[in-house]
Design a protein. Sequence first.
Length: 260
Amino acid sequence: MNATEARRRAREIIAESSALAVLTGAGVSAESGVPTFRGAGGLWRGRNAWELATPEAFRRDPAEVWEFYEARLSGLRRVAPNEGHRALAALEATRDRFWLLTQNVDGLHRDAGSRNVFELHGTIRVARCSDCALETATEAALRDWSPGGIPRCEACLAHLRPAVVWFGESLPAAALRAADEAIRSCDTFLVVGTSGLVQPAASFAFQARRRGARVVEVNPQETPITQVADVSLRGPSGAELPALLGKEERTLLTPRTADG
Ligand code: BV8
Ligand code: ZN
């Protein structure tokens, strides 16, 4: 199947879908300037980002882990959703049954107008007390932070940590429930911008396929998920996703805001 046929087939599958589940990874935010883990984002000060995204790293050196997340948060202050994020918001607007499951902690899907969003791996925009679990906005927690410092809980003064899911930690129950419902109920499972290496998210497309859903993949590279995809679009999601939209959805594409 050549690229044109693949796009036509993918558009057909999406147009016929009345219950659409979407799984996204770092690739959907790449065109907004957010480094992926496969790309530049995989290394921070020569350290493997995945090493720093662990409870062990936080126990060992919480200040270093905060420098890592503060650097990512400050990067996010300068980015905005791209056409890919906006196209997914438009796809949701024309369907009653739609689930957006994201591995991204950047919050850009909601900024783009998506609503039924489930952050499987948490969000970098919230900080949580490692003792009493009180949550606060990370920007507020970092207001009087400086490198080497560790923001503290205003209620019990224990260390705050980013409200993200670290390796070895289980996913939020609500997000897992939503993923389970989406996999069981969807007729189409759209996978965008993920290398499909991190569990349990990496097995969702396989589960959906086993339940008879059609799988569409958008990724410039082949991934383990390609083997269960009915069609794979080998291009950037910022271009491929808008091309998947039908006439009505295109009219719903939220206009690009002044800053992006
Ligand atoms: C858990 C938040 C219960 C923090 C993240 C052995 C075997 C199997 C599993 C395990 C195992 N040992 C341990 C596990 C479990 C582990 C796991 O899967 N490890 C892997 C590495 C083997 N999983 C866990 O620990 C999970 N919890 O399982 O709990 C449990 C507990 C203990 C033991 C067993 C079970 C928790 C995992 C969550 C970790 N937190 N993030 C933070 O962000 O700092 S993971 C993080 O990395 C992201 O959230 C994401 O999930 C992952 C990165 O993957 P992608 O998003 O796909 O990004 P990547 O850069 O890799 O790829 C980008 C893709 O985009 C590429 O394919 C590229 O081609 C494409 N692309 C590029 N540009 C574009 C594009 N696509 C479209 N358009 C473009 N323009
Ligand atoms: Zn506390």
